[in-house]
Design a binder for this molecule. Structure first.
Ligand code: ADP
Length: 446
């Protein structure tokens, strides 16, 4: 087991990882930018190192500075959290070269899955169903037209190196194809430095259902069920739940087993998420995330399994002790992403939190890195906390969520809490009847 883990992240996820380390008796090192000197993840760590100015490129994304922090503190492992360097294969490689363990998958698997085209080819070979589309990247307009005609409009032009919903363009008719290709290309080039794009059938009313998997890199793998993340704005998740109201035990078992087998065959190590669109009873792979997800707590709430603790164990060389039979599902969980944003315009609302009262009680979990008096810096994403609620049934979970939201008081900044208060009162949400376009339609109503 490791003696000291450096957490190359900030905010709620840095705290989440510290908690797992502490329960394992492992010392923790926080890193921070000058903007984060007063942050909770710094206050609660055993040691902390300032790694640079506010800009992420000079601090949380700066590999030489992170390496120096490891050297100064003698950390023998690094947990990257999500975002920042969590899916950077080069970072994983450099750490291994310095005999520091990267708590995550092998750099090879990060690299494959980071290229959406290579990822699609790989999982298809392993027996996972994918969205119909181009075979590999699409270069010219002629090729784009041929592919789109073959799969039928509407189509979606996507960036091979994409992430965070960027570099995606929906095309409804052939006349728009060429300009959308050009737009997706330049967006992808600007955001990811790679203008490779590919084409997929655009599904008009799917749900986003993702399977949580866990492997030990030695051929053993299990699935931990699904999360339904269909409530999205601009392809970004807003609320997640497990189990999905759209699946039954049999469909869950079938897709779960297919994915777990593929992940075992791949020799995948650590936690991973295989994302699907689900329409008319069929699953279509879209991408795999080779890291811990923001929404991992909903899975923890219904399985009782600490995903970060398992990640640390497996990274230290232990075999997976979990078998598929050990994974049982109990009740229902919902997560709301509490962002420092205007609940209607989603304009970021950084600033000082003058009052902070999180909810409590049975089945209520708040993962957050903020506190009363803390000033949210304007430099990073606007997630300030996650409210995760568990109930024996979906209905109990919804009632508890309603109760927990009513207790949550955050003053001084705007947050997305009022949006969730509205959402849980919608009959479609209460009935679990929503697809990936539901929220955008709801928000566009006056
Ligand atoms: P990113 O890595 O940028 O998040 P994903 O491939 O995971 O991109 O897609 C993000 C979201 O975009 C999905 O959850 C879904 O809402 C939408 N999306 C992606 N592919 C398709 C598709 N073929 N048809 C319809 N919607 C899609």
């Amino acid at each position: 087991m490791f003696d000291k883990v450096l957490i190359a992240n900030r905010g709620e996820i840095a705290l989440r990882i510290q908690r797992a380390c502490k329960e394992l008796g492992i010392a923790t090192v926080a890193v921070h930018s000058t903007a984060d000197a007063e942050a909770m993840h710094v206050r609660l760590a055993d040691e902390s190192v300032c790694i640079g100015p506010p800009q992420a490129s000079d601090s949380y994304l700066n590999i030489p500075r992170l390496l120096a922090a490891c050297e100064i503190t003698g950390a023998d492992a690094v947990h990257p959290g999500y975002g920042f360097l969590s899916e950077n294969a080069r970072f994983a490689e450099i750490l291994e070269d310095h005999n520091i363990t990267f708590i995550g998958p092998s750099s090879e698997h990060i690299r494959i899955m980071g290229d959406k085209i290579a990822a699609k080819e790989t999982v298809q070979r392993l027996g996972i169903p994918v969205v119909p589309g181009s075979e590999g990247g699409v270069r010219g307009d002629l090729e784009a037209r041929k592919v789109s005609e073959a799969i039928g409009y509407p189509v979606l032009v996507k960036a091979a190196s994409g992430g965070g919903g960027r570099g995606m363009k929906v095309v409804h008719k052939p006349e728009d194809l060429s300009s959308s290709m050009a737009a997706a290309r330049s967006e992808a080039k600007a955001a990811f430095g790679d203008d490779t794009v590919y084409i997929e059938k655009f599904l008009t009313r799917p749900r986003h259902i993702e399977i949580q998997v866990f492997g030990d890199g030695q051929g053993n793998a299990v699935h931990l069920g699904e999360r339904d993340c269909s409530l999205q704005r601009r392809h970004q998740k807003v609320l997640e739940e497990a189990p999905s109201p759209a699946l039954n035990a049999d469909s869950r078992r079938r897709i779960g087993e297919t994915v777990a087998k593929a992940i075992g065959d791949l020799g995948y190590r650590s936690a991973g998420t295989v994302e699907f669109l689900y329409e008319d009873g069929q699953f279509f792979f879209i991408e795999m995330n080779t890291r811990l997800q923001v929404e991992h707590p909903v899975t923890e709430m219904i399985t009782g399994i600490d995903l970060v603790l398992e990640q640390i164990r497996v990274a230290s060389g232990s075999q997976l002790t979990l078998t598929q039979d050990d994974v049982t599902f109990s009740g229902h969980a919902i997560e709301c992403r509490i962002n420092a944003e205007n609940p209607r315009t989603f304009r970021p609302s950084p600033g000082r939190i003058t009052y902070w009262h999180p909810p409590g009680g049975l089945g209520v979990r708040v993962d957050s890195g903020v506190y009363q008096g803390y000033s949210i810096p304007p430099y990073y994403d606007s997630l300030i906390g996650k409210l995760v609620v568990h109930g024996k049934t979906r209905n109990e979970c919804l009632m508890r969520l309603k109760r927990a939201l009513s207790e949550f008081v955050i003053d001084g900044i705007e947050t997305t809490i009022p949006l969730f208060n509205e959402l849980i009162r919608q009959p479609d949400i209460a009935n679990g009847m929503y697809d990936i376009h539901w929220l955008e339609k709801f928000l566009s109503k006056p």
